[in-house]
Write a protein that binds this ligand. Structure first.
Ligand SMILES: CC(C)=CCC/C(C)=C(\C)COP(=O)(O)OP(=O)(O)O
Length: 354
């Protein structure tokens, strides 16, 4: 098979490479730092520096987001969604200040999180493990309308219209569809559906009470990460990373390292919240502590090491791909790095995780 990142080799073949006629010489990306987090007792996290914090822009996105959440039927949207996802979009998608573009990320992240809280994780908010898989099957139907099927479709539509989570997912995808391409929309849908399989695995573990060893949790978590949020990077930025580059194995590995590292930050800051649920939520720190019979502090240390290794893997892999002649690829990887930095900032400052 042709190697899309390296392209054909040999004299006179550089013009045949994807994207641009000549390889672009770019300096290595700077801008990583060891950042303290939590109460400062755990080792620091190695993360990209934050590229943008803009409270005014975040407020503008949040205002529109809250109005949208109300239209979807969420009760108390200010309390549930307000002040969360506008700032997340502004911190993580740093190559646009267009509110409508940022709303692509704000709406979909809000809808994903709503599904995660209300369907999957929070017993208090109505999540029931045994009911999760059929709820997620409806979520897929809401996001990715399939062939019309007469009265069966009518009944489906009535159900979707009555559930704010399903309305939110559908509306988030509609906003993306209006501002992106069918390829990106399907990329976003299918990474969401893979994530739903992982949620179903957690539900089975919580239902039976048979929690997995850390390796199995991590293998499952790797398809339930902020990779899903990162599928939006080019759409929010107003361009498209072509599918052959997006799905190239080396690019995919970088994106999955970035997505998993970012979700490990989420696990690190969520330990208390996840352990407190009457059916404890799966979490890397808790699974390591249970597996090894070690303290939360020791399990945290191992989780931080794993995170830092993944960020360093991303950094090294990113550097290796700088010679690939594709402006879109460079923009996307720069955007991925910015997402990791912004995601760290959001998680370590948000009251949800205090
Ligand atoms: C935004 C997005 C892709 C959400 C999907 C689920 C996800 C990876 C999270 C919400 C993060 O993980 P977790 O469910 O542990 O999050 P909380 O600790 O509940 O915030």
């Amino acid at each position: 098979m042709r190697d899309l990142l390296n392209g054909p080799s040999g004299l006179g073949t550089s013009a045949a490479r994807l994207g641009r006629p000549e390889a672009v010489e770019l300096p290595p990306e700077a801008g990583y730092a060891e950042r303290p987090w939590g109460d400062g007792t755990a080792p620091p996290l190695y993360v990209p520096v934050v590229e943008r914090e803009d409270a005014l822009l975040a407020a503008a996105v949040d205002e529109r987001l809250i109005a949208w959440a109300g239209e979807c039927g969420f009760e108390e949207p200010e309390r549930f969604l307000g002040g969360m996802f506008g700032r997340l979009a502004v911190l993580t998608h740093t190559d646009t200040d267009d509110v409508d573009q940022l709303l692509i990320a704000a709406r979909l992240n809000a809808a994903w999180w709503a599904a995660d809280d209300l369907y999957a994780d929070s017993t208090e908010m109505g999540a029931v493990p045994a009911e999760l898989p059929p709820r997620l099957a409806l979520a897929m139907a809401a996001m990715d309308p399939v062939a019309p099927a007469a009265e069966f479709t009518d009944e489906l539509e009535e159900t979707i219209a009555a559930d704010p989570v399903l309305v939110g997912l559908r509306s988030g995808i509609a906003h993306l569809t209006a501002r992106s391409t069918p390829t990106v929309v399907q990329r976003v849908c299918y990474s969401t559906f893979a994530m739903f399989v992982s949620w179903s695995a957690y539900a089975a573990w919580r239902h039976t009470g048979n929690y997995p060893p850390a390796w199995q949790y991590l293998a499952t978590r790797q398809h339930d990460t902020f990779y899903t949020s990162m599928t939006l990077i080019d759409a929010v930025g107003g361009y498209e990373l072509p599918a052959p580059l997006y799905y190239d194995p080396r690019v995919r590995q970088l994106l999955t390292s970035a997505g998993t590292a970012s979700v490990i930050v989420n696990d690190l800051v969520s330990v208390e919240k996840d352990a407190a649920d009457e059916k404890p939520v799966c979490n890397m720190v808790l699974q390591i502590a249970a597996d090894r019979g070690c303290s939360i502090a020791e399990a945290t240390e191992r989780t931080v090491e794993l995170h830092n290794q993944m960020v360093r893997d991303f950094e090294a892999g990113h550097r290796e791909l700088l010679s690939v002649p594709s402006v879109e690829l460079h923009r996307f990887l720069k955007g991925t790095k910015a997402w990791m930095g912004g995601g760290f900032e959001w998680h370590t400052t948000h009251p949800r995780y205090k």
